[in-house]
Design a protein around this ligand. Sequence first.
Ligand SMILES: [Cu+2]
Length: 141
Amino acid sequence: MSKGKGKTRGSARKGKLPLGWIVAGLVILAGIFFLALRGGQQGEAPAEGAIAMRAGNFFFSPKTLTVTVGEEVVLDIRSTGVHTFTIDELGVNVRFGTGKATVRFTPDRPGQFEYYCAIPGHRERGMIGTLVVEEGGGEGG
Ligand SMILES: [Cu+2]
């Protein structure tokens, strides 16, 4: 049993990245990923899967949303002016002002529903759209 420091595995290293470099690379990648995650949570990035929407005088954009029954809908709204996002049939009615707002709801049935702004006069001027709720888990026919 020799306790020497001599490296006798010379040929084994040939053509391979030293383990140290691999570990360092993974640590750096993990760090970047971690920072990115933190940034997402602390910043104003929308939630995962959120639908970006703009509301203004007098429109919603997009004018058609397609979602799935039973899956939570998260709308990341940027608004100019005071408006609401209202769907009578689904019991959704959220009021917000200029800036950012998040509207969450889960459609419990398929179909087409009208969403609109409930501020007097806005609906008539174009703040209206269509929510299409599709069946989940494949087509029923
Ligand atoms: Cu409005």
